[in-house]
Ligand binder design. Structure first.
Ligand code: MG
Length: 275
């Protein structure tokens, strides 16, 4: 099965730093939205990317592999921070896995970063937001239209951080030709409605163009938060060969530590295929 992808990130127009991070290297793709402010959120999101980068370059990942990354990331975040210096991160991603030999995507999330999937019936949100407002909506106690102005709209109920053990959600989806996934931090969904996201995913054939367009639109709307997206086309009919990443995969895990942001990750790591 061939895989192609594109990614983009931007600090946005308001935040002083980009605390988001991303990893896009088969068989694992993810975004992470760090929290805690300067010298905390960026550290937490980078820790998550570094731990998942251990899977990069493998032919596939098992659910146990993925959960191990969560546990190691949580342990490192717990060691890094204290009650006086708190930090945490969301994680939303997909990993290629082969239960019983069937190529499948393992979707994993903690926090309010999201995983969307394009289906024949349209683009659907696979993940469930771990937020106060999402729980209120699910219980019928809050109208979805009122979420953007709710005072607790930014309060998360689950995060990869110091206060709780790692508790990600998982979904297992059989891979299909024509699959397209979007992984994004809330900086995107804060600016773009689902219908607009779906239209961009439908219109842009190239996943790189789709990722760039989504972030550009969020920036055009004012980008009140860091914006990060990864678009993954699974089961593409054309593609390249799986690079033998091995030991240097961790170096290719991308996190922008410079001021400014908007830097695409190195092109060298992105041409790949999963057999
Ligand atoms: Mg955010």
């Amino acid at each position: 099965m061939l895989t192609d992808w594109g990614s983009a990130t931007d600090r946005g127009a308001v935040r002083e730093a980009n605390e988001d991070a991303l990893l896009a290297y088969p068989p694992v793709f993810l975004v992470a939205d760090g929290m805690g402010g300067h010298d905390a959120g960026d550290v937490a999101s980078r820790i998550a990317v570094e731990e998942f980068a251990d899977l990069a370059g493998e032919d596939g990942a098992t659910p146990e592999d993925v959960h191990g990354c969560f546990l190691r990331a949580a342990h490192r975040i717990g060691s890094e921070f204290s009650t006086s210096r708190q930090g945490g991160t969301t994680v939303a991603g997909i990993a290629l896995t082969r239960p019983d030999g069937v190529p499948s995507w393992l979707v994993f999330t903690v926090g309010d970063s999201r995983v969307y999937r394009r289906t024949p019936g349209g683009v659907v949100q696979v993940s469930v937001d771990h937020s106060v407002t999402a729980e209120l909506v699910a219980r019928g106690e809050l109208d979805p239209a009122d979420v953007p102005t709710h005072p607790s709209r930014h309060v998360l109920t689950r995060v990869l951080g110091t206060a709780e053990p790692a508790d990600p959600d998982y979904w297992l989806l059989p891979a299909q030709v024509g699959d397209r996934f979007l992984l994004c931090t809330d900086g995107l969904t804060r600016e773009l409605a689902d219908a607009e996201i779906a239209s961009v995913l439908a219109a842009a054939t190239d996943p790189r163009a789709a990722a760039a367009e989504l972030v550009a639109r969020a920036v055009a709307r004012g980008a009140r938060d860091n914006v990060t997206v990864v678009v993954v086309d699974g089961g593409a009919r054309t593609g390249l060969r799986l690079p033998r990443a091995g030991a240097d995969a961790r170096d290719r895990a991308w996190h922008d530590e410079r001021e400014g942001t908007t830097l695409p990750r190195p092109r060298t790591a992105r041409d790949a295929v999963v057999a």
